[in-house]
Design a binder for this molecule. Structure first.
Ligand SMILES: Cc1ncc(COP(=O)(O)O)c(C=O)c1O
Length: 325
């Protein structure tokens, strides 16, 4: 995935050409990782361009910023408008959305407080994250030798840049060892999450996922999948899970804005189930994709259409979509 290097970036309320969207090397964020961010998606649907759960993403951004005492003077509606305006300004139909709040340029030292809190919104086109066959064939993963952050060290519920130093170690180790992705344990040795995805597994028809207390990011896709799985009639259990559940699960899959719903076909070279996407994973994938592609009524109010003339929330919630595929 290379940046197209085009378009305009929202920086503190102004739209700046991609090539000119620069910050000073002495900015606090460059040295101390003092940023929180979001990753959301806007999908091209038959009824127009729709952002998936934009409100939830921007709320999490505000909460991440609050944890790090770097609140930015935009309310939830203001953040959502800023994203929508930036998509419209760039005339994009589908894109990845990356809002970022960071400590800027004033003085260098561990104390972030003297530095300004700046913000940016970047957009770019982004397809399937784990490879184009991954959604059907599944990917091979390993349990990482790197654990997620211990409680009361770096807050896992904040989507902060600093946490991604840990994710990068997990990802690099996995790639170096010939796997697509790494799954991390928490410091107690229980299942946590992937470098950028939440983890689910299925055993005897029950869907399991690690809880917030297992050093996970409270994923918005995770939340959506839990809702959809329950609606499909599955029992979903959020529980502390031992590592070995991965080796005896019938199905394993990871979820996230980037990975969407991606099956895992092997863990530590042990085949998961039949070695291909399992029926529960497939059912959840189908349901999730139907929602994000606007093919079914938006009963949960999860889609925000971007352009004038596209459905309002009320219209999106109604029937009359009639699109298949
Ligand atoms: C560490 C981590 N866990 C989980 C997720 C999934 O979160 P979401 O579904 O909100 O994208 C992400 C993606 O942002 C992540 O980086």
């Amino acid at each position: 995935m290379a940046f197209p290097g085009t378009g305009r970036i929202w920086m503190n309320g102004s739209l700046v050409a991609w090539a000119d969207a620069k910050i000073h090397i002495a900015s606090h964020v460059v040295h101390y990782g003092s940023a929180v961010f979001e990753g959301a998606r806007c999908y091209a649907t038959p009824r127009g361009s729709a952002c998936f759960r934009l409100d939830a993403h921007m709320r999490r951004l505000q909460q991440s910023a609050r944890i790090y005492r770097m609140e930015y003077p935009l309310d939830l509606a203001g953040w959502q408008s800023a994203v929508l305006d930036t998509i419209r300004a760039n005339k994009l139909t589908a894109c990845y959305i990356r809002p970022l709040v960071y400590r800027g340029y004033e003085t260098l030292g561990v104390n972030p407080l003297p530095n300004p809190v700046d913000a940016a919104i970047l957009l770019w086109e982004w397809g399937s994250y784990l490879g184009k066959d991954a959604l059907e064939q599944g990917v091979d993963v390993k349990v990482s030798s790197w654990a997620r952050m211990a409680p009361n060290t770096l807050p896992a519920m904040a989507k902060s840049a600093a946490n991604y130093a840990n994710s990068a170690l997990i990802k690099m180790e996995a790639i170096g060892d010939g796997f697509t992705e790494g799954l991390a344990l928490d410091v107690h040795g229980n299942l946590s999450e992937g470098s950028g995805q939440n983890l689910f597994l299925v055993r005897d028809g029950v869907v399991y996922t690690p809880p917030l207390g297992s050093s996970i990011l409270g994923g918005i896709t995770r939340d959506s999948v839990i809702v959809l799985a329950r609606e499909l009639g599955y029992t979903v259990v959020e529980a502390t899970l031992p590592r070995e559940m991965l080796y005896i699960a019938d199905e394993v899959f990871v979820v996230g804005t980037a990975a969407e719903v991606t099956p895992i076909r092997s863990v530590d070279r042990l085949t998961v189930g039949s070695g291909r996407r399992g029926p529960v994973t497939e059912a959840l994938q189908r349901t999730f994709f139907a929602v994000i592609r606007g093919e079914v009524p938006d009963r949960h109010g999860w889609l925000t259409y971007v352009y004038p003339g596209e459905p309002t929330a009320r219209e999106a919630a109604g029937a009359g979509v009639g699109v298949t595929g």
